[in-house]
Design a binder for this molecule. Structure first.
Ligand SMILES: C[S@@+](CC[C@H](N)C(=O)[O-])C[C@H]1O[C@@H](n2cnc3c(N)ncnc32)[C@H](O)[C@@H]1O
Length: 294
């Protein structure tokens, strides 16, 4: 893996981590090269996104009360943050989506991750850029975490809009996607129940678990399980995948484990630091073999 600034010409002979504005970087990447582009831009919530990491130690005079009334004190270790406010969100996205379409191979697919506040406006914009006939799916990722307001239905899903470069000629490997349990296994044969079903367009999947091994602490980090389905279905072993809003580098982590090549771009130096830590450790020989690298 190589780490480089936006101004340097990107050469796709190794996995790349590029620091800089994706509008500039995407112009320099070769057209028609990518099996898959995953875009998870800031959702235009109008606030800074931040995640605080605390160290907690037992302390009789501490500020936090835990199980059994025991007291703990907490120290702020670090705050990871990026801004999420745009004057004209669609005008920000349009040139990046237009270029994303050009970067896709003829069989390539775009996965555009967005929340319920912007999803409908983005669908219209994507229809305009890719054509309505290129619309493949609306994926709903549903999770169950966080506060639940009592004055409306708690919003616990995000939307992933899927568009292909060439309708009908896109890559989609349904058999490569891990199966999941049937909701009502009693309604199908024992053999089918044991094999599980192919996931549909509604995905129930936890957010990144607070104590899980994949947690980096970067705000809005997406779970590897969600990205694994996307990469498995819509890219080839050894094929190139791009994430222009890479954050903590979830797409890169999944590409590594599934034997795909990747280009990750982010303008936030903190994201670059997190990605370096997450992706720099060399793969062990068995992991290299699993990922198809010699
Ligand atoms: C929602 S986060 C991505 C999270 C990522 N999918 C993950 O799993 O960690 C969006 C990222 O886009 C980056 N970003 C926003 N505008 C950008 C731009 N113009 N060029 C490059 N990166 C940008 C932010 O710094 C932030 O890290």
């Amino acid at each position: 893996m190589r780490i480089q600034p936006a101004a340097q010409e990107p050469v796709l002979d190794d996995d790349l981590l590029i620091a800089g504005d994706n509008a500039e970087v995407m112009q320099r990447l070769p057209a028609g090269k990518f099996d898959l582009i995953y875009m998870d831009p800031p959702f235009n919530t109008g606030r800074a996104r931040a995640r605080h990491t605390l160290a907690v130690v037992a302390d009789a005079a501490g500020d936090r009360v835990g199980f059994g009334g025991r007291r703990y004190s907490s120290t702020l270790l670090r705050t990871l943050r990026y801004d999420d406010e745009f004057g004209d969100y669609l005008a920000f996205l349009a040139p990046r989506l237009t270029r994303a379409r050009e970067l896709l191979a003829a069989h390539g697919t775009l996965y555009f991750h967005i929340d319920y506040r912007e999803a409908h406006y983005c669908k219209l914009l994507l229809d305009e850029i890719f054509g309505r006939e290129a619309f493949l799916n609306e994926l709903i990722w549903s999770y169950d975490y966080g506060a639940k307001p009592r004055r409306r239905w708690p919003a616990k899903h995000e939307t992933i809009l899927v568009y292909v470069r060439t309708p009908g000629a896109h890559l989609f490997d349904a058999d490569a996607v891990e199966r999941e349990p049937y909701m009502a296994p009693g309604l199908v044969s024992a053999e089918k129940a044991a094999r599980g079903k192919r996931p549909t367009d509604v995905w129930f999947h936890t957010i990144v678990p607070t104590n899980g091994h994949e947690k980096t602490g970067y705000p809005t980090q997406k779970p590897e399980g969600v990205l694994r389905r996307i990469v498995a279905a819509s890219s080839r072993r050894g094929g190139w995948c791009l994430d222009p809003f890479a954050g903590s580098g979830t797409l890169g982590a999944v590409c590594r484990s599934l034997g795909r090549r990747f280009v990750l771009v982010d303008e936030n130096p903190v994201a670059l630091e997190v990605m370096r830590g997450r992706l720099a450790p060399p793969l062990s020989p068995p992991a290299r073999a699993r990922a198809g690298r010699t």
